[in-house]
Design a protein around this ligand. Structure first.
Ligand SMILES: Cc1ncc(COP(=O)(O)O)c(C=O)c1O
Length: 385
């Protein structure tokens, strides 16, 4: 009966990152720098708010759009932190950004529609786009210092383009789109019926004052959608809480998908989310910045080309000098040096590896030591050939 399952299911693999992480877990004494999983625990005030929500019996269905108190709080938070004016009825609470992305893409894609995605890109995009019967259209940025080039954009655009999916700060490169890239896209889409879906899950994890989301272009409001998450800024990955922002009429339609697929997000988790928005993530951000500086400094000392990330908590060095594809490089490093990183090809960027820097400092230092020893051996063997 396998062949009777939805055809698109056969086109998508299981998550490469998860599979690689499982392979690493089977290697004794391995340092895993694979997942974007903060070493921090969720702040205790958020956990307390969840316990109180349970004691107050917030255990019934919530509205499909989400708890109104949380949506009001998000509206204020978005204005205060990002200068975005979205009312409670322009905010839909979702089970993490993963749900917000799937729901938004399900609402946008008719079979055959094309979604332009600047690469390197978070692997979930391609999988969902294909599952919805759409076409994933990569737009190369790594040959343009991880920025958008007009020629590339014009090359990938077609009359089937339904949306552009932007992720800044970017997973895996940590780069942010500069104002030139953002303006270029703005000018390109402004007279076209194309949506711009902004995956802004790292918008609180930014180390550079020049950060701006494409959401700044409110003149295109009816074309804009944004995905946000509680997972990374508040170390709440397992809570599954995020939200989608869109213009009222657009969101009212998208909500129907959420309503029929999920009914609503856990009521008590949403109540705790209200508390989370009062937490200042600066302390965690300071640690992530130290980790970024440490990793970039060490990798440069090792002679690996690397762009300094301006946000998120990954570094993305280039490994082309070793003449191996990124999967072979990571597998050999895993088994010989017992350190796990994610191959760049999983993000449509061959020649790179992603190193997650949100684990503990001790783990990061030991992981970097092992990477250094591994590449030393590779270079030595290369010279002896
Ligand atoms: C770019 C990007 N978008 C979305 C997600 C999904 O986040 P969430 O945990 O909120 O589902 C992640 C998680 O790593 C991510 O890196």
């Amino acid at each position: 009966m396998l062949n009777k399952l939805k055809k698109q299911l056969h086109q998508i693999p299981v998550s490469g990152i998860r599979a690689f992480n499982e392979e690493a877990a089977a290697v004794p004494d391995c340092i895993s720098l694979t997942l974007g999983e903060p070493a921090f625990d969720t702040p205790k005030d958020i956990k307390k708010a969840l316990k109180q929500a349970l004691d107050h019996n917030h255990t019934h269905y919530a509205a499909a759009m989400g708890d109104l108190d949380l949506r009001r709080k998000i509206a204020v938070y978005e204005w205060k932190n990002h200068h975005l004016l979205y009312d409670a009825d322009e905010i839909m609470v979702c089970a993490g950004a993963a749900d917000a992305l799937s729901t938004a893409l399900a609402a946008l894609i008719d079979p055959g529609d094309e979604i332009i995605v600047p690469t390197p890109a978070y692997p979930q995009y391609e999988a969902i786009i294909k599952l919805e019967g759409g076409r994933f259209i990569p737009l190369n940025t790594q040959d343009h210092e991880f920025q958008i080039s007009r020629e590339e954009l014009e090359r990938v655009f077609s009359d089937k383009t339904k949306a552009i999916l932007l992720n800044s700060p970017n997973n895996p490169s940590g780069c942010i789109y500069d104002q030139a890239s953002l303006t270029l896209i703005h000018d390109f889409v402004k007279d076209k019926q194309i949506f711009v879906l902004c995956d802004d899950v790292y918008d609180r994890l930014v180390y550079d004052d020049s950060y701006n989301s494409f959401m700044q272009f409110q003149d295109l409001r009816s074309q804009l959608l944004a995905v946000k998450s509680f997972s990374k800024p508040y170390a709440m990955t397992g809570w599954r809480l995020g939200y989608l922002l869109a213009d009222k009429k657009i969101l009212a339609e998208i909500m129907k998908i959420h309503q029929y697929r999920f009914s609503c997000v856990n009521t008590f988790v949403q109540k705790a989310g209200i508390k989370a928005l009062e937490i200042d993530p600066t302390e965690m951000l300071t640690v992530y910045k130290k980790h970024r500086d440490l990793a970039v400094g060490r990798l440069r000392e090792m002679g690996l080309p690397i762009n300094q990330p301006a946000g998120a908590f990954y570094v993305f060095p280039n490994i082309e000098e070793f003449g191996m594809d990124s999967v072979s490089f990571c597998k050999q490093m895993l088994h010989e040096a017992r350190v796990a990183c994610v191959p760049g090809s999983y993000f449509h960027a061959e020649g790179y590896i992603r190193i997650s820097t949100c684990g503990s400092t001790r783990q990061l230092i030991e992981g970097l030591n092992r990477i250094e020893a591994f590449i030393y051996e590779l270079r030595k063997n290369d010279r002896q050939l």
